[in-house]
Design a protein around this ligand. Structure first.
Ligand code: MRU
Length: 367
């Protein structure tokens, strides 16, 4: 995506060192600085990549997958030994539990690397990680085009702008480029449609208020940040035409696991007969599991994310302030599951299907 005149991805391979054909580090946009500070960080070991995923310098399911793939490329620079690659995959896999793209990317890397002769593994690893990143861009662009058709349909006969509500950040920052839930919004805006986005702030880490708002502002797309509790009220007053969210994992039956609070938006949308769409690349679908509530591990994060809040102080420094009485207990489940019955459609790179039809996509992918 463009920031000013320059095009950016969220992650890319660094330059080869002199005398080497292969990159020696990976560059990322450090998302913990946004929206106040835009900084690029160099990652030069698999340990550092696992840490960057854990502390959410890179985040969002598709980007976590690409980051893990590049983490394996860094691991292969350290050693091409099978034991080291297996241990590195385990280290990366343990960094965050919910987004299935992480496991998907690591399995793909190991399948590619282990059968080949050790001296070729490093070259293969950089190539495969690059392919995963490039494919993510192509897939998300296709999701944008599929979603654009839906938005055009929703806008038909309306004389006012189309209002889309989204939760968390499923824009280009959550992927290598384009985003998932925001890809149709970018496509619609670029095609000249009059769109406006209601941006849930998304406590406790505020990915909506900090990242989604930043992205949309960079692209010039009209948006309004709302507190997480406002969506139902806006729906009751006819101010939301559809909801589009991303996902960290979708089961083969169409249950959707996404950022905490998504379920409540789906319930409110259902009660108000507002279409609730989930935009996902197929690597986010876990074909091995059926029930979201039973089978998806939900990440439990540091309670201090709930008891504190960070922001920019008047003197220009970023500060973290306490919200609760000292010693308050807090719980911080990071994701929830929206049952398939509340989902109007799942937008993948192959088209928009009902949760019941998801399994057909799996069949088609195998043929
Ligand atoms: C295209 S990203 C979809 C999801 O990964 C996104 O909505 C989300 O929940 C991200 O959570 P995060 O905890 O910020 O990694």
């Amino acid at each position: 995506m463009k920031i000013g005149k320059q095009s950016w991805r969220t992650i890319w391979a660094g330059q080869p060192a002199s005398g080497s054909m292969l990159p020696q580090q990976v560059c990322i946009i450090d998302q913990t600085g946004l929206p106040h500070q835009f900084r690029v960080v160099e990652i030069d070991s698999v340990r550092q990549m696992a840490e960057a995923i854990r502390n959410m310098q890179v985040r969002g399911a598709p980007l976590i997958g690409a980051a893990a793939a590049y983490g394996m490329a860094l691991a292969s620079l350290e050693s091409d030994d099978e034991k080291h690659l297996q241990e590195s995959a385990r280290l990366l896999l343990a960094s965050r539990p919910t987004a299935v793209n992480l496991r998907w990317a690591l399995e793909r890397m190991l399948e590619r690397l282990l059968p080949v002769s050790p001296h070729l593994r490093c070259e293969y690893a950089w190539r495969e990680a690059g392919c995963i990143a490039d494919e993510d861009v192509v897939i998300n662009h296709a999701i944008g085009q599929q979603g654009l058709n839906l938005l055009r349909e929703l806008a038909r006969g309306k004389s006012r702008r189309l209002n889309i509500l989204t939760h968390c950040n499923a824009g280009w920052l959550a992927t290598v480029d384009w985003g998932t839930a925001l890809a149709p919004v970018y496509a619609a805006f670029d095609a000249g449609m009059d769109v406006h986005v209601w941006v849930d702030e998304t406590r406790p880490r505020n990915q909506g208020a900090s990242l989604t708002a930043w992205e949309l502002a960079q692209h010039g797309i009209p948006f309004t940040v709302i507190c997480d509790n406002a969506g139902g009220h806006l729906m009751q007053h006819g101010q939301v035409d559809c909801v589009i969210v991303g996902a960290d994992r979708v089961t083969r039956t169409g249950d959707v696991c996404n950022k905490i609070g998504t379920y409540l938006k789906a319930l409110a949308a259902f009660d108000n007969q507002i279409p609730f769409y989930v935009a996902v690349p197929t690597p986010t679908i876990d074909w091995r599991i059926e029930s979201g509530v039973r089978d998806i591990p939900i990440e439990e994060r540091d309670p201090r994310e709930v008891t504190t809040i960070s922001g920019l102080a008047d003197d220009g420094t970023v500060r973290t302030l306490s919200l609760t009485p000292a010693g308050s207990m807090a719980a911080n489940p990071a994701f929830d599951v929206t049952p398939a019955r509340l989902v109007t459609g799942i937008i993948t790179e192959h088209g928009c299907v009902t949760p019941n039809d998801l399994i057909r996509i799996h069949q088609e992918m195998k043929e």
